[in-house]
Design a binder for this molecule. Structure first.
Ligand code: HEM
Ligand code: HEM
Length: 138
């Protein structure tokens, strides 16, 4: 069993991707709750969408993926996990930044940015789902 785990860790540089996912998630958690507090204090509820997605995509989804990868080394050390990581590391900031722009009324710039970010995020979710079906075993 131990040997097998070592073998999986050889698959991608740096071993299991779960840890970087979890570390990224707590950064979003700090940004998300700070933004919530700012919105509550200043009554800037136009940023609700950005706040919701920073917390739910950034904190909750990344932390969940990180835990799933840590619990399942075959999934967490596969190439697909690395692809998922970068799709979300690029896509989530683009999508949530676009939501901030929407909150400021900047729809023309926000539109294309949210489009690209959204496609990257959805692609990451699909890669994640395929990885889970392929590598997460009982
Ligand atoms: C100190 C922590 C937090 C504060 C002060 C805070 C504050 C707020 C505020 C002021 C709103 C706007 C409500 C409105 O537009 O009517 C909001 C919305 C929201 N927050 Fe937070 N929040 C916090 C943490 C979180 C966390 C950790 C999550 C998710 C894991 C979260 C998820 C949401 C969601 C989904 C909405 C939108 C709800 C809706 O559409 O009705 N928040 N939050
Ligand atoms: C590619 C990914 C996603 C896109 C493009 C997206 C897009 C959107 C849009 C356009 C809205 C409406 C915002 C508004 O009315 O101002 C929304 C609302 C919402 N979404 Fe998402 N979403 C995504 C992923 C998620 C995920 C993964 C979650 C939860 C884990 C989530 C939770 C919510 C919630 C709670 C709301 C209502 C609160 C709000 O006003 O923002 N979304 N989303």
């Amino acid at each position: 069993m131990k040997e097998k785990h070592y073998m999986y860790n050889e698959k991608i540089k740096g071993g299991n991707i779960g840890v970087p996912f979890i570390k990224a998630s707590v950064v979003y958690f700090i940004i998300g709750v700070s933004m919530g507090m700012y919105m509550g204090i200043t009554n800037h509820f136009s940023f609700t969408s950005a706040h919701a997605h920073i917390n739910l995509l950034g904190w909750v989804s990344l932390a969940l993926a990180g835990l799933i990868y840590k619990l399942n080394p075959a999934a967490g050390t596969s190439k697909m996990a690395l692809v998922h990581f970068w799709l979300h590391m690029i896509g989530i900031p683009l999508l949530t930044f676009a939501m901030v722009l929407f909150g400021m009324g900047q729809f023309e710039i926000g539109g294309p940015i949210s489009g690209i970010g959204g496609i990257l995020v959805i692609s990451g979710v699909v890669v994640f789902a395929v990885n889970v079906f392929k590598h997460v075993k009982r």
